[in-house]
Design a protein around this ligand. Structure first.
Ligand code: SF4
Length: 264
């Protein structure tokens, strides 16, 4: 089997054998719209099969595996939103990594980007542990939730426009289900920044006419009803960025310290 069957005991698996499976973008729209709780929504996300290219890729990666993980079972399914049920801070990323989230079943878990991200979240009081290595490791986010704009690992980390659009309802619905609690939204990278705006619009946020440009430390205040919500830009802690020093631990800490202070 090239993926973990739902409901077979994987730590944190939100789905069961009875969870409905989306087979095309129309199914995604319908199932996202009719999910009334995060539990229901993440369960449906985690068994989605709407994008044939991404389903084939995630399962092939899970079958072939990287040598370092040859003895492990890979998750091989979409990686659902994860973290607090009532988050004050929402982190938005691009997509799971082939040998990270696609292996462990938890976003940013088991890859180098996640090492940087979780270490910073821990230092700034937003994660219970310094590392996030596998789904049963006891890691917990504090007042924080993480979602990916595209829930399946794409080849070369590049989802097609049709795949971004197919996956959009999962993120928009998740945003809607946590909007009453969220005070700060942090976009990890320029793509997440771009992907966020249509989802915010769909959720009912009041947005500025001109979309502010992405940058590390970029801030924009939008409104959800009467309440101000701050969007924060943060360079993605990808290996490319951390190796070159474009992102440092200090720079990440500054963003999450700021997010935490705004979320109080
Ligand atoms: S990318 Fe999103 S819509 Fe496409 S199969 Fe994965 S979860 Fe489903």
């Amino acid at each position: 089997m090239s993926f973990v069957p739902p409901g077979t005991g994987w730590p944190g698996d939100p789905a069961t054998a009875a969870t409905p499976v989306a087979h095309d973008p129309a199914d995604v729209r319908r199932l996202a719209a009719t999910s009334t709780t995060l539990a229901e929504l993440t369960a449906a996300q985690s068994v989605c099969r709407a994008c044939p290219r991404l389903v084939a890729w995630r399962e092939e990666v899970a079958e072939v595996r990287r040598r370092a993980f040859a003895d492990e079972t890979y998750w091989g399914r979409p990686v659902p939103g994860w973290g607090a049920e009532h988050p004050r801070i929402l982190l938005v990323g691009l997509a799971p990594a082939a040998h990270g989230g696609n292996r462990t079943g938890r976003i940013f878990t088991g890859d180098r980007s996640g090492d940087w991200l979780f270490a910073s979240l821990f230092r700034t009081g937003l994660a219970a542990q310094e590392t996030s290595t596998h789904a049963g490791d006891g890691q917990r986010l504090i007042d924080t939730r993480v979602v990916a704009s595209v829930r399946c690992a794409p080849p070369a980390n590049k989802p097609e426009p049709s795949e971004k659009s197919a996956c959009f309802p999962w993120m928009a619905r998740e945003l809607a289900l946590v909007a009453q609690d969220v005070r700060v939204i942090v976009a990890l990278g320029g793509y997440a920044w771009q992907a966020m705006w249509p989802a915010l619009k769909e959720t009912g946020y009041e947005l500025p006419r001109a979309r502010p440009p992405f940058g590390h430390g970029a801030e924009s205040v939008i409104r959800y009803g009467e309440r101000p919500v701050t969007l924060l830009g943060c360079y993605h802690p990808s290996q490319q960025n951390t190796f070159t020093g474009r992102v440092t631990a200090h720079m990440l800490d500054e963003i999450f310290t700021r997010a935490r202070s705004l979320a109080v």
